[in-house]
Design a protein around this ligand. Structure first.
Ligand SMILES: [Fe+2]
Length: 387
């Protein structure tokens, strides 16, 4: 069987990489970019810094800063309006996954008029992405989502309120600017949540049964980097080496999406849609129990995962490696002050019936190493929502 391996775009990585933005815009023939970001990044001055960098090069950006934490089709429509009203000719996505995913949805909508649900991966949406799209540069301000190097975007669509996955090679940003200096001011709770998103991506990708040894190798390195640097980045936000490690781990996670994710993401997506919890944090909450659920299906892989996380594995059986890894993740969550359940986001047992069909419909668990059916999802949700 012939396998398809795809790795993405040009990446400019390193402290100060933001300085290359004007040149990259010019190379893409983009004179009037739409800067897609959120109000938080405007308030902290980072969006203004990027605008200034663009202006200094003689280019005139427009700004759309109304991206929600869990972005919606309405966000993309409002962004499209800003793009058209300002006669833009390219897009700069600046932020975490929400801004970058919205930027991709706007890029798609510029010349594709169907409702976003029609471009869902479940409906072979990539086959409908037939028209040329404007150029896009992605600038991540968190280290977690991986959206800056990935070909997908998650958007909440009407009328069901579910998250759909827009996935297609045309959605890769043309250029990724990965500047760890932009993450130095990220507060500890967001550093923890976004970092645990990257960690979860690498773990789920490694456990995915799809054949892609290239991603496997990268994912283990991503796990190693998270294990040595996530806590450090939380304890001292100014630790540029730790921030750099986490930015690389996040990009590794993003490049690995082509191998697929797993049950953690199929649990987290409905939580984001229904009660709006922070994605990476909900992943962290679900990760230990999901690792327990998956252990019987792939014990040998847990040895490699544990080894990558720095656990001494030589005298342990594969199962013991699995339990040691799960214990490691629980301790990491505790040290990062990750909440122990979803009540912190307002989730109650009454939400479970609404979340369940969304979990089952979510595409991520198709590459989970163990089949997860509705009763399994119910048990996993109940275990994280107090009665
Ligand atoms: Fe994620």
């Amino acid at each position: 069987m012939i396998q398809s391996f795809a790795f993405p775009n040009q990446i400019l990585f390193g402290a100060g990489a933001l300085q290359s933005l004007p040149d990259e815009l010019k190379k893409l023939d983009c004179g009037r970019p739409l800067l897609v970001t959120d109000r938080g990044l405007v308030a902290c001055g980072l969006a203004g810094r990027v605008e200034e960098a663009i202006r200094k090069a003689g280019l005139e950006p427009a700004v759309f800063d109304e991206v929600d934490a869990n972005p919606t089709e309405e966000n993309a429509e409002q962004g499209l309006l800003a793009y058209s009203n300002s006669a833009c000719d390219g897009i700069v996505g600046l932020g975490g996954g929400s801004s970058l995913d919205t930027a991709k949805a706007i890029k798609l909508k510029v010349d594709h008029s169907l409702p976003l649900a029609e471009y869902d991966i479940e409906h072979q949406g990539w086959e409908k992405m037939v028209n040329p799209m404007p150029p896009m540069i992605a600038i991540a301000t968190t280290a977690g989502t991986g959206s800056d190097v990935a070909r997908g975007a998650l958007i909440i669509v009407r009328p069901a309120g579910a998250k759909v996955a827009l996935v297609g090679p045309a959605l890769y940003p043309d250029v990724t600017i990965a500047d760890p200096e932009l993450t130095l001011a990220l507060p500890p709770n967001l550093t923890a949540g976004t970092g645990m998103d990257a960690f979860t991506h690498c773990i789920e990708e490694y456990l995915s049964p799809k054949y892609n040894p290239i991603v496997d190798g990268m994912a283990l390195e991503g796990i190693r980097l998270c294990a040595i640097s996530l806590k450090r980045a939380c304890e001292n936000g100014q630790d540029l080496a730790a921030r750099s490690d986490m930015m690389i781990a996040a990009m590794i996670g993003g490049m690995g999406f082509i191998k697929g994710l797993g049950v953690v993401h199929s649990l987290s997506h409905p939580v984001g849609s229904v009660v709006g919890g922070h994605h990476g944090t909900t992943n962290a909450i679900f990760l230990p129990a999901s690792l327990e659920f998956n252990l019987p299906a792939a014990p040998a892989k847990y040895r490699a995962l544990a080894n990558a996380a720095g656990i001494e594995v030589h005298n342990l059986s594969d199962e013991e490696c699995g339990h040691a890894l799960i214990q490691f993740v629980r301790q990491l969550n505790n040290s990062l002050e990750i909440p122990s359940d979803l009540s912190v986001f307002g989730a109650t047992r009454n939400h479970i019936d609404q979340m369940l069909p969304m979990c089952v419909a979510d595409h991520c668990h198709k590459t989970n190493p163990r089949q997860c059916v509705e009763d399994d999802f119910r048990s996993l949700l109940e275990a994280h929502i107090p009665a």
